[in-house]
Design a protein around this ligand. Structure first.
Ligand code: DX5
Ligand code: ZN
Length: 227
């Protein structure tokens, strides 16, 4: 069963702690960090990431805090997100001139409770999986964007499935345990398509937070059953 990572981008930030408690049947908390430069939107910084971490500690202790940095020059800020409590930090390949160095920089960080921070690399819809060739063995996660990053509530780009299948093959051929995450347009109704293409962590923002019953939406994404 895939892991589910609701994106708090679609949450009510005036009630963040309650919003996080409301998704505690899921596995990870996905934190979408946008800078208005890498993507045309500004969202969450380290302060809100730290608030999400506190809410997690109080109300949903099992959840992994998964920070997706859609920002330029992410090396400048990964330390701040680690200090805020990120368990895993993902940077965009397109935003890193020295991607290998950026990945090693994340892996050298520790969480406030002393655990190593895990490292992910994300690919925009147009970016080929070949950029992963020489970093894949060092990664804890690959994030395939199924929409152009910047906003919640967009519909998925179909070439995503082909890319997921290819990266799943790369991971399996190398005998790695790297997570393959997908982000954008994931709903209870289409989760099975991403899971069948090889994704094992499904991000869903509007698909969970706008659902009439969030637990039911999370359970349906976890089940990822063909209709
Ligand atoms: C898009 C973000 C996503 C987004 C997903 O730029 O990275 O995590 O919140 O939202 P939905 O699930 O609504 O497409
Ligand atoms: Zn995201």
């Amino acid at each position: 069963m895939p892991l589910v990572a609701p994106s708090i981008l679609s949450a009510d930030f005036g009630h963040l702690s309650d919003e996080i408690a409301s998704i505690s049947s899921a596995d990870w908390i996905h934190v979408d960090v946008m800078d208005g430069r890498f993507v045309p939107n500004i969202t969450i910084g380290p302060l809100i990431a730290a608030a999400a971490k506190r809410a997690r500690d109080e109300r949903a202790k099992h959840m992994v805090v998964d920070c997706h940095l859609m920002i330029v020059e992410p090396d400048r800020y990964v330390g701040d997100f680690a200090a805020a409590g990120a368990d895993l930090i993902t940077v965009h390949a397109e935003a890193c001139v020295h991607l290998h160095r950026s990945v090693q920089g994340i892996k050298a960080l520790t969480t406030p409770d002393g655990k190593p921070v895990r490292a992910g690399v994300s690919l925009n819809p147009h970016t080929p999986e070949s950029v992963l060739e020489y970093v894949l063995d060092d990664l804890d996660l690959v994030l395939v964007m199924s929409v152009n990053p910047g906003f919640g509530g967009q519909s998925l780009i179909p070439s995503t499935f082909r890319k997921l299948e290819r990266i799943r093959r790369m991971i399996d051929d190398r005998g790695l345990s790297t997570h393959l995450q997908v982000d954008g347009g994931v709903k209870p109704t289409n989760a099975w398509q991403f899971a069948e293409a090889g994704a094992d962590v499904l991000v869903s923002g509007s698909g969970v937070f706008n659902a009439p019953d969030r637990d039911a939406a999370i359970a349906a994404i976890q089940a990822a059953e063909r209709p």
